[in-house]
Design a protein around this ligand. Sequence first.
Ligand SMILES: Nc1ncnc2c1ncn2[C@@H]1O[C@H](COP(=O)(O)OP(=O)(O)OP(=O)(O)O)[C@@H](O)[C@H]1O
Ligand SMILES: [Mg+2]
Length: 212
Amino acid sequence: MAAKILTVAQQKGGAGKTTITAHLAVAFTAAKKSVAVVDIDPQQSLAMWYRLRAERLGDAGAGLLVSAVKGWRSRAEVEKLARDHDIVLIDSPPHAETEAKIAVRSANLVIVPVQPSPMDVWATKPTLELAQQEKVPAILVLNRVPPRANLIDEMLAEIQTYGAKIAKARIGNRVAFASALAEGRAVGEFQPRGQAASEIRALAKEVLRAAS
Ligand SMILES: Nc1ncnc2c1ncn2[C@@H]1O[C@H](COP(=O)(O)OP(=O)(O)OP(=O)(O)O)[C@@H](O)[C@H]1O
Ligand SMILES: [Mg+2]
């Protein structure tokens, strides 16, 4: 099986990598895809979320596989998981060039969360350059977008100078994301009719299209 390998990367800490990885994983599972996630961040936040999820829902109820590995081992792990899953998602650590490089090199698509502030946008450059060097397409995802984001147009113009694709689906600044993760869940399971859940569904569709 030729799995799609999607790496969520952003050198800047706290951009939303783990939040987006966990939510995309659950959204793909809900769309009947078999999903494996590789957590190469030594903070292991995604693995912790999964442990909570498996405790609450059981391994079968958790609906996906999460494997926590050290960066240098990730390539072999990804190749193994890619053999029997539709999608392999990689959550990568901040400030870790070597690990990020390994994770980006393995991917069909790099998903780059970015918050709409000038510092965050500037900090995106190394990640986009890395994707370019490795010849892997990248898609920027605006995360924690406030309801009235006057800055957004300016930010989009700035990002466009980096030559990256920007996802149409934007993720709002919503407490529901953290509340759902704190229960080992995702927003689609927590508040299925909420705005947060529909943003994630839209992003999941768009990302799959971009990776195919
Ligand atoms: N869309 C959002 N709305 C509200 N809060 C969010 C959103 N996305 C992320 N957060 C919050 O921002 C913080 C950082 O998110 P997260 O851990 O996903 O980022 P990260 O990029 O994985 O961080 P790190 O670089 O440390 O791995 C968390 O407290 C999370 O709950
Ligand atoms: Mg993280």
